[in-house]
Design a protein around this ligand. Sequence first.
Ligand SMILES: *Cc1c(COP(=O)(O)O)cnc(C)c1O
Length: 409
Amino acid sequence: MLELLPLSARIDSGELTIGGIPAPRLADEHGTPLVVYCEETIRAQARAYRDAAPGALVVYGTKAFASVAILRILAEEGLGADVSTLGELAFAREAGIPGDRILFHGNNKSDEELRFAAEAGATVVLDAPDEPARAAAAGVRRAFVRLTPGVEAVTHQSIQTAHDESKFGLSPDAALAAIAAALDLGIQVTGVHFHVGSQLARVEESLVAVDRLVAFCDRAHAELGWTPEALDIGGGLGIRYTREEKVPEIAEFIPPLVARLPDVQVVLEPGRSLVGRAGVTLYRVGVVKESGGVSYVAVDGGMSDNPRPQLYGARFEALLANRADEPAEGVFRIAGKHCESGDVLIDSIALPRPRRGDVLAVPATGAYTLAMASTYNGVPNPAAVLVAGGEARLIRARQPVSDLLRFER
Ligand SMILES: *Cc1c(COP(=O)(O)O)cnc(C)c1O
């Protein structure tokens, strides 16, 4: 299980510790559900990207988990931010990310978003035929264009983003037209971007996309006399959620892609692979009961703090953080507390027989979990702490119930 947990995770006297702190103590002190982020893992992943592509600009795919504290850590490691809404831009600016390290994406940017992106000095990634004119009117000075390379990533269809029918990006013809239009309007078009999808477990489709990107640039040179200063090959590298899953390391996935690019500024946009493994969610076990031959273990969260099982059929593993060295005694179904039978976090997992009050730890929950949290069933969002060297720092306060009533009129 340690291979799914953050780098600082240990099993010590029967307890899971992260960043030198026993997880049960974190649960007692901060309440549950609680997302625990390991600073060492975040920094190690950022450095792995720097080492895999020296000189590249690495921008964090902020949507994986928008956190000012984590953006600051990544900024210390030299990273920027990839944002796609006013909200994500606000997180990046609050973290002090300079405009020249912010990329503003989106398949349907509002005029307001374009204006704020321009004001921040961000590079706007043009994604629609009418966007050059709208961007110019909003004062955008620098832009990339998003190419749809026409490849189908091997991943859940909701997170494929580069196939021919994708809502994202522009076909080669439309992308050429967008570059020409933007240049005519006085926008500096400095790069071309693609992003093939998320939770990628193999490099093949990305290699094809890189080749199509390079071919596109040759065409842009031939037809418009335009050459890019930067090529942005997106993010998408997956992480391991279960022990049987195989996913390449950053050091295996990135270098073959970069090797096919011409000698320009390379831009990378990882999200999940920076923060996914760094996060562990702690839940308190409540009701344990049998139903039709299934042993249910109910925890104090579920689909409101981690909707990935419902959205993508995602699978997770788990351990009892306070009894981490005990042998498995049975197979259990981990259910959330929401009023839907589909609110199942883990369909089947071997554990020591859980008891009320145990702390269940779910690894690999640092990306697209709290980031996708809702307040369904009137359940407020959990807190998050960052741990390192025996210290825990609250980076996201637990949402109080009063917050749910704040906008009621
Ligand atoms: C979501 C997204 C990313 C990050 O994807 P991960 O799979 O989390 O690495 C990068 N770039 C764009 C344009 C995205 O939409």
